[in-house]
Design a protein around this ligand. Structure first.
Ligand code: AMP
Length: 571
């Protein structure tokens, strides 16, 4: 069975294509959003999702979040005594979603379509693919997130709309894509975005407001626990402001409670620089697609952060009309991934839709330009594949060496839009030996092939001798070899995963521990006694008593969170 997965910065979701429609997969808690968080429990077992998110505050040294931002880099994250690469942490999320889907379907899940931001680089895509492999999933396809969103809408309104702009603002990334559905072919016309802009930045903006308006000293920034509580309060306020006009941020500094009332005007002021940054990628995508905003048929919102009224207002003024909101913006990407999974499985209901995608950035080589007989200017970027070309694509260009009898050409491969290679991203180096002949006889054909998964292959061929260097791009820092992936798969398989059927109990306990840290005085003492009581109930292993006990414990925690002077706000 093949499933669709939205592997998000803050939350991940799985969906399946069943009986002619895309259906979200509930996790062990019955929820469709699984926080992209991993934590090691006291007994060394792995917790994924909400329980892990709760532990970010109580056990930051054993917990990790936001690791999607480091995919494709060499950064590792430490959980207790163990170092994890971002691919491994992502693999643990994928494993958990796989288990959820297997529980729903009652059959093994072996393949997946996984979505990635359109702006993900070659290294980030490869890392995502490796994460899938480490989770024991064959990655059928990496699908760009906005493409998935449009695909979900394309199914939804079949035949009605033709040109979509997908405005996807997630936890950590912003993507804009313009897509066209024409006679059953979904084509991406342009994509643009910002890899470092998302809902979390709005939270940071509120954190800054709080620090400034309450005149808090800079040394508090080093207090990880305090900063986490403040961020939780900011996140709560941001969400509250999506449903009502005002919110309160409360955080204790020592014994003193600091409070900040936030209304829409303050939020707008705090977030003005972020709102401004949302405009540029929209304008660039429209320019690349050669379209005016009035020529779009539908504006599709995706990503949890587009729930913010502030963002919706900006979209409405930018386009002079209301965006489509029939599908939940948190869910639309996963639903689209399931549609793609259905396409892969060749479901008859989907026969008429074909996908094409574009290369999100230009790809090329570094070249030297001869200025005159003596002077040469080096380090220029020569693109072979232009940004927004439909993929798969293959392009050849011919290059000659700078000198007679040169023994080799070293091709430096880059991605980016800048004129000089120093301002672009270096992807790798390919060397090819030359036959030591005059320049005119040493022409080399360089072929770039970019496939539907956004993976690049480079090949160089000396015309005269037909000698070929087919290439695997070298030196992509931070990428794992197949052997290393297999090794990680093994070591992850050896980790003890917290039993799925007990996740509910574990999540409520983790939540209670977080609340305990946020409470004070008598309330804290009382909560401590409740936790102990629940732990004793769990120790009885009497499932008939545990289920109602947990519900009681949970509603007590709900009440506590709603009605007390806790730091932070409801989540
Ligand atoms: P995603 O990566 O699509 O799951 O988006 C997650 C981001 O959406 C996070 O930054 C959340 O804070 C934000 N988000 C989710 N729900 C809401 C809401 N109701 N109001 C404002 N932001 C939200």
């Amino acid at each position: 069975m093949i499933i669709g997965i939205d592997l998000g910065t803050t939350n991940s979701l799985a969906a399946v294509w069943r009986e002619g429609r895309a259906e979200l997969v509930p996790n062990a808690l019955g929820e469709v959003l699984t926080p992209s968080c991993v934590s090691l429990d006291g007994d060394g077992s792995v917790l994924v999702g909400r329980a892990a998110r709760e532990r970010l505050q109580t056990h930051p040294e054993l917990s990790a979040a936001l690791f999607k931002r480091y995919m494709g880099s060499q950064k590792t994250l430490r959980l207790g005594r163990r170092e994890f690469r971002p691919e491994e942490l992502s693999a643990l999320i994928l494993k958990s979603l796989k288990a959820d889907a297997e529980a729903l379907l009652g059959e093994p899940v072996t393949e997946a379509v996984i979505t990635v931001p359109a702006y993900f680089s070659d290294a980030q895509r490869k890392a995502t693919r490796a994460a899938g492999q480490m989770a024991g999933l064959k990655v059928e396809r990496l699908l760009n997130e906005p493409t998935a969103a449009a695909l979900a809408y394309g199914m939804h309104h079949r035949g009605a709309e033709t040109r979509f702009l997908v405005f996807d603002l997630g936890g950590g990334t912003f993507d804009v894509s313009i897509l066209e559905l024409f006679e059953g072919v979904m084509e991406v016309r342009a994509s643009a975005g910002d890899n470092f802009l998302g809902g979390e930045d709005f939270v940071q903006a509120l954190v800054e407001q709080f620090m400034q308006r309450r005149n808090l000293p800079d040394r508090l920034r080093k207090d990880a626990g305090f900063m986490q509580r403040l961020a939780a309060a900011a996140e709560g306020a941001k969400r509250t402001l999506s449903v009502q006009a005002g919110a309160t941020m409360r955080v204790h500094v020592g014994d003193e409670e600091q409070v900040l009332e936030i209304d829409e005007a303050l939020l707008e002021q705090a977030c003005a620089p972020l709102l401004k940054r949302l405009r540029a990628p929209v304008e660039r995508a429209l320019r690349d697609a050669n379209l005016r905003s009035s020529q779009l048929d539908n504006i599709v919102l995706a990503g949890g952060a587009t729930r913010m009224p502030l963002v919706r207002k900006l979209v409405t003024t930018m386009f002079g009309r209301f965006p489509a909101v029939d599908l939940n913006p948190d869910e639309v990407v996963a639903l689209g991934a399931a549609v793609q999974a259905g396409l892969k499985a060749r479901d008859a209901a989907l026969d008429e839709v074909v996908m094409t995608d574009v290369a999100p950035y230009s790809l090329g080589v570094g070249v030297s330009v001869r200025l005159d007989e003596q002077a040469v200017s080096s380090g220029h970027f020569d693109p072979l594949i232009e940004r927004n070309s439909p993929v798969p694509i293959s392009r050849v260009k011919t290059y000659v060496p700078m000198q007679d009898r040169q023994s080799e050409i070293e091709l430096q491969i880059y991605q980016g839009e800048a004129r000089m290679v120093r301002d672009n991203i270096h992807l790798g180096t390919l060397s090819i030996a030359l036959p030591r002949l005059p320049i005119s006889e040493c022409a080399v054909d360089v072929r770039f092939t970019y496939d539907v998964n956004g993976l690049l292959e480079v090949e160089a061929m000396v015309q005269k001798t037909q000698a070929r260097e087919t290439l695997v791009i070298e030196g992509n820092p931070g990428l794992l070899t197949e052997a290393q992936i297999a090794e990680k798969l093994q070591s992850l398989a050896e980790l003890k995963i917290h039993p799925r059927d007990r996740m509910d109990n574990r999540t409520q306990l983790a939540r209670a521990e977080r609340l305990y840290e946020q409470c004070r005085g008598e309330q804290r003492e009382w909560l401590g006694a409740q936790i102990l009581r629940f732990e004793r109930l769990l120790a009885t292993q009497d499932d008939r008593a545990i289920a109602p006990g947990r519900r009681e414990f949970e509603s007590m925690l709900d009440q506590l969170e709603r009605h007390t002077m806790l730091d932070g706000a409801p989540r």
